[in-house]
Design a protein around this ligand. Structure first.
Ligand code: AMP
Length: 399
């Protein structure tokens, strides 16, 4: 596989798939530019070599072709601000055809061209070869730096790679570090390897738990999904979240773990509340003896200490999903305690990877993002990777 860092982009036009699917406000200003910032090192390396950059991305989910609302033109100014004076940013109002070809042909070394939203063409999400081929004509080399869409077999994320020889396609720096971190956890994990799985629903996390049963030594289960596991063991969970159609499955997963000698840690106690609200009455209670009318909305005091003990003795940690309803102050303590423990383990030499929308939001909110080894930018992609699936965006570069 071609190494991005070792490739010399001088006089080359690099066609780079990025994930600039950023939120915009009513004035079309970028309100969270993390995804754009994440691609800047890749862009800067190409420019520093004396190459030019053609950026392709999607924005939102436009259903009926081109609309101003989903135009990437809105982010040009912000992109120029992020790259600074080293390069000039141009925009092409179409991502294929004469307009794009002309704009690409006029690029001078160190210029950047941002193409209009790929999803203005339905062919993008359908992964149509003819559309991918048209895109491929714009650049000399293809760089995929969009981990967030690596689980999609779209034209620009995977099919396009067929039109480049193996020495002309590669991961960008972001994608390289995402893949390296994920593979480190998944394929080369140092033991003990603890996976912390939280969030609302068991049904969303079944595949990841099943795959982790093959790799982890310990699995901590928190958040709303823990109560389905308690109920499966005949416990009283009051009005806590429960997926009754998954009780059998939860019991099977617990049994499988036992047979394999993997420790599953459930929260022994919970912060329970008399309603799902920020101003609810709360108290601490055994997770298996929650009174009717009350619900578990966070892991309890004992659970925090139990989980901490497991986490600080781990060498590899994967964290996906919050331990409670961390959006409300009264139910933040569990998720915060876990973030603290992960940071402590990391300081003591463990490798920790946090991924999946809500756990990433939580570590950012509590200020622990620079105290863990890696925070993944790809929610769905990261989840599918840990479910053991081959991601089309990764496979297309590697093959
Ligand atoms: P997920 O998207 O499945 O990772 O779930 C994240 C959501 O789960 C967050 O919005 C949390 O508020 C919610 N959540 C976590 N713990 C609980 C709980 N005990 N009861 C209800 N919702 C929860």
């Amino acid at each position: 596989m071609t190494s991005f860092s070792q490739f010399n982009f001088k006089d080359k036009k690099a066609l780079v798939r990025v994930d600039f699917n950023v939120p915009l406000n009513d004035q079309f200003e970028v309100t969270d530019d993390n995804r754009m910032r994440a691609a800047i090192p890749t862009i800067k390396k190409i420019i520093a070599d004396g190459g030019s950059v053609i950026l392709m991305s999607h924005l939102g989910r436009p259903k009926d072709g081109p609309t101003n609302k989903y135009s990437l033109f809105h982010i040009v100014k912000h992109l120029q601000h992020l790259v600074g004076d080293d390069a000039e940013v141009f925009f092409s109002s179409d991502c294929i055809g004469e307009t794009a070809e002309m704009a690409a042909s006029l690029l001078e070394p160190t210029d950047i061209l941002l193409l209009e939203n790929l999803r203005f063409y339905k062919e993008e999400e359908k992964g149509e070869a003819a559309f991918a081929e048209k895109l491929s004509k714009l650049g000399d080399v293809y760089v995929n730096d969009a981990f967030g869409t690596a689980h999609r077999a779209h034209a620009s994320t995977s099919i396009i790679a067929d039109y480049f020889d193996s020495d002309k396609k590669m991961f960008g720096l972001l994608m390289e570090s995402e893949v390296a971190s994920a593979e480190k956890v998944m394929l080369q994990s140092e033991k003990p390897f603890t996976a912390i799985i939280g969030g609302a629903k068991v049904s969303d996390k079944i595949l990841i738990i099943e795959n982790l049963l093959e790799r982890a030594t310990d699995i901590i289960i928190g958040g709303g999904m823990a109560y389905t596991f308690w109920k499966a063991q005949g416990k009283d969970i009051g009005n806590s979240l429960c997926e009754d159609d998954r009780l059998e499955l939860a019991a099977t997963l617990l049994e499988k773990a036992k047979v394999k000698g993997i420790n599953i840690h459930l929260p022994m106690d919970s912060t329970i509340a008399d309603k799902f609200a920020a101003d609810a009455e709360t108290t601490n209670c055994d997770s298996g003896a929650i009174p009717t009318g009350w619900m578990g909305l966070d892991i309890g005091i004992k659970a925090r200490a139990d989980f901490r003990e497991v986490i600080i003795n781990s060498k590899t940690i994967l964290w996906n999903g919050p331990m409670g309803v961390f959006e409300m102050e009264k139910f933040q303590a569990g998720t915060k305690a876990i973030a603290e423990a992960v940071a402590e383990a990391t300081k003591n030499g463990a490798f920790s990877l946090v991924g999946g929308g809500d756990s990433v939001a939580a570590v950012n909110q509590f200020g622990f993002n620079d105290q863990v080894s890696y925070v993944s930018t790809g929610g769905g992609a990261m989840l599918e990777f840990f479910e053991g699936k081959e991601l089309p965006g990764i496979a297309a570069i590697k093959k």
